[in-house]
Design a protein around this ligand. Structure first.
Ligand SMILES: Cc1cc2nc3c(=O)[nH]c(=O)nc-3n(C[C@H](O)[C@H](O)[C@H](O)COP(=O)(O)O)c2cc1C
Length: 179
């Protein structure tokens, strides 16, 4: 069955290591007949959550005017969400964290999704990337019926493009293919 796949690429480096792995995932997912959309959020306007409480105290829509309402609609509308980030100081990119925080007004509608996580780091030890993966899990643990389907550990890649030729490429492609 064809699924709607949303890939959220959060590195500020377009064509960087995590973005390359997103593309490998997409290649596999498209080959299997799925509908795929990629968001390169570095190109999008996503303001910080201000904690104003309009959503959680007053039940109102988020008052901010930026690209987040469109992103939320796409997240809610998808079957599969791929979240990709470089490891920055053993957490995730500020771009991805900002997006996660801004789901506050509608995260209860992001139900029943399958999730894949992609992380890339200079560090060559995959286990040291776990803290970044835990950042994603902190988000998906707050969702109803979220299923973690796979993690791509893109370890040992510092410079842009160094991920090419590593096992992470095949893993990303295989996860996409079997979505
Ligand atoms: C601000 C910053 C912080 C970083 N912090 C880490 C880190 O804590 N551990 C690590 O192994 N690599 C770290 N790196 C290296 C990146 O994770 C690595 O270059 C990764 O491949 C970037 O992925 P990208 O090409 O998708 O942006 C950091 C890079 C930057 C620019």
């Amino acid at each position: 069955m064809s699924k709607k796949v949303l890939v959220i690429s959060s590195s500020p480096r377009k064509g960087g290591n995590s973005d390359i792995l997103c593309d490998e995932f997409i290649k596999g997912a498209k080959e299997s007949g799925n509908t795929v959309e990629k968001l390169f959020i570095g190109d999008m306007k996503i303001n910080y959550c201000t904690g104003c409480g309009a959503c959680f105290n007053e039940g109102k829509a988020c008052p901010q005017r930026d690209d987040m309402p469109d992103i939320l609609n796409k997240m809610i509308d998808s079957d599969v969400i791929v979240m990709a980030s470089p490891v920055y100081f053993y957490t995730i990119s500020a771009q991805m964290k900002t997006l996660i925080d801004r789901t506050c007004s509608r995260y209860t509608e992001i139900n029943g999704k399958d999730f894949y996580f992609i992380v890339t780091a200079a560090d060559s030890s995959a286990e040291n990337l776990e803290r970044s993966v835990e950042c994603f899990r902190g988000f998906t643990d707050c969702l109803v019926d979220a299923t973690e389907k796979g993690v791509v550990y893109g370890a040992g890649a510092w410079q842009s493009g160094e991920i090419v030729g590593t096992p992470a490429m095949k893993e990303a492609y295989a996860f996409g293919k079997s979505v």
